[in-house]
Design a protein. Structure first.
Length: 469
């Protein structure tokens, strides 16, 4: 995957120094392509114009904290938690319904405290993350709009190696970018991006910022959601990956309907077949999924599978590896029945698998969401009594009252415009003379309450409303 070597381009012979290159004859395929090249170009242009309006730019803001650091002023063994800081991300998304549902990658909006969506016509909207599914790296964002241009879904199971595709998104922040290529491979797993991987590989250039954008076929149908690249440089080297549309669409529908994705569950641990294991298990081919462990009362145990069985076909389709078997089961409806073909002790067997639902995982709130749900309107702000020494140190215009000495980046107060050095004169129209008075007024405030501050900022007096969430 990684290489530091230099790739040479293909040399082309030419007439030079009296030497003549051999004559190159066009193959039948080349002649057809040459004859129909104009038609292909027209089709690519039409496809790009059709899909571009449905692809959006997504800017997300995440609050992060650096590693805690020790402070000599604190007792031994204690650490100071550094203030949170904003981290910005840029990605893409695809409008899939005229009423504002947008599909993108989980890693584009994960833990975001703010999402901004910019349409191809440059209209801007505040986006709401409906739900995310890290296991497939799919997320759904909603904007309040109607009559939007929506992309059409295609059937990713019909894709074949060599099919023409276009990747549309915002690579490196360059909106409305279209690249062209072919499907390089299908069914790619073990890429290391998500738990459930069945990627389409393409050489259509994909770069950072393309994540969440559309991979479309020549007819303009979305056949994949661009997700990752393999690259030694961080830029496109012709190895990009997209979530198949059938997997992405199913995940999106579950997220919109119930806020989660319901998956089938094999109830067994599996392992890929290697050449040595193929010989040991007396397999005709180096393919299949070896059962290495069984969950009590799980789908596999109920189907009669045993440790050491090698599943080679699922409803007549070859099982190449354990990842493919896992995806086949995961995408099957709960309660559906499927025929498994397996090899046990060198002999062929068949059994019926009834798919159970995967155990539900406890959903953890992101730190940002958890903090927001319990956040005091003035959380993240440090206040202190104004003393003469402090007034001289901070160059304050007054020598009494309450002053903001520090404020956490990304806090509600900071976003509302409060700044270090502001001297609080009133809180919710009541005078503040010292910190004890301020605390008495501030303590009863609830997370959703308004904190109206009247402050003196270097001689200028102004109101600053801090609205809780």
């Amino acid at each position: 995957m990684k290489s530091n070597g230099i790739t040479k381009g293909l040399a082309v012979w030419a007439v030079m120094g009296g030497l003549t290159a051999p004559v190159l004859e066009l193959s039948d395929t080349d002649q057809v392509f040459a004859a129909n090249g104009h038609d292909l170009q027209s089709q690519v242009k039409a496809t790009a114009n059709k899909v571009i309006p449905a692809v959006v730019s997504i800017a997300s803001t995440v609050m992060v904290r650096d590693q805690a650091f020790s402070d000599d002023a604190l007792p031994f063994g204690l650490f100071k938690d550094p203030p949170a800081r904003r981290q910005y991300g840029q990605g893409s998304g695809v409008i899939v319904s005229p009423d504002g549902y947008i599909i993108t990658n989980n890693h584009v909006v994960a833990d975001a405290v703010d999402v901004e969506v910019v349409l191809a016509d440059r209209r801007q909207y505040k986006g709401k993350v409906v739900a995310t599914d890290p296991k497939t790296d799919v997320a759904v964002v909603k904007i309040q709009a109607t009559n939007l241009p929506a992309a059409s879904w295609g059937d990713s199971s019909q894709l074949a190696v060599g099919d023409f595709v276009l990747a549309i998104g915002n690579p490196l922040g360059l909106s409305r970018t279209v690249t062209f290529g072919i499907v390089s491979a299908v069914g790619r797993a073990d890429v290391g991006v998500a738990d459930f991987e069945d990627f389409i590989q393409t050489d259509a250039p994909i770069n950072p910022g393309n994540s969440g954008g559309a991979l479309v076929n020549i007819n303009g149908e979305v056949v994949g959601i661009n997700t990752a690249i393999a690259s030694p440089t961080g830029g496109s080297v012709g190895v990009g990956f997209a979530i198949p549309s059938n997997m992405a669409r199913a995940a999106m529908q579950g997220l919109i309907k119930t806020g989660r994705v319901v998956r089938g569950f094999l109830g067994a641990a599996t392992q890929d077949v290697s050449p040595p294991l193929g010989k040991i298990f007396r397999l005709p081919d180096v393919k299949g999924a070896i059962i290495t462990d069984l969950q009590a009362k799980g789908s596999a145990e109920r189907a009669g599978l045993k440790r050491g069985d090698v599943v080679v076909r699922f409803d007549g389709r070859d099982v190449m590896d354990s990842g493919q078997l896992r995806n086949m089961v995961a995408q099957s409806p709960i309660g559906s029945k499927h025929r498994l073909e397996l090899i046990r002790e060198g002999k062929s067997y068949q059994t019926e698998l009834v798919v159970q639902e995967a155990p539900r995982e406890r959903v953890k709130k992101s730190q940002a969401a958890a903090a927001a749900s319990t956040m005091h309107p003035l959380s993240g702000v440090i206040f202190d009594d104004v003393t003469q020494p402090l007034a001289r140190q901070m160059d304050l215009p007054v020598t009494s009252g309450v002053v903001v000495t520090d404020i956490e980046e990304g806090s509600l107060a900071e976003s509302s415009g409060l700044q270090p050095g502001d001297v609080v004169l009133e809180l919710n129209r009541q005078s503040v003379n010292n910190f004890s008075t301020f605390q008495r007024l501030a303590d009863p405030l609830k997370p959703t309450d308004l904190a109206l501050l009247l402050v003196n900022r270097q001689g200028n007096v102004l109101y600053i409303p801090v609205q809780g969430e």
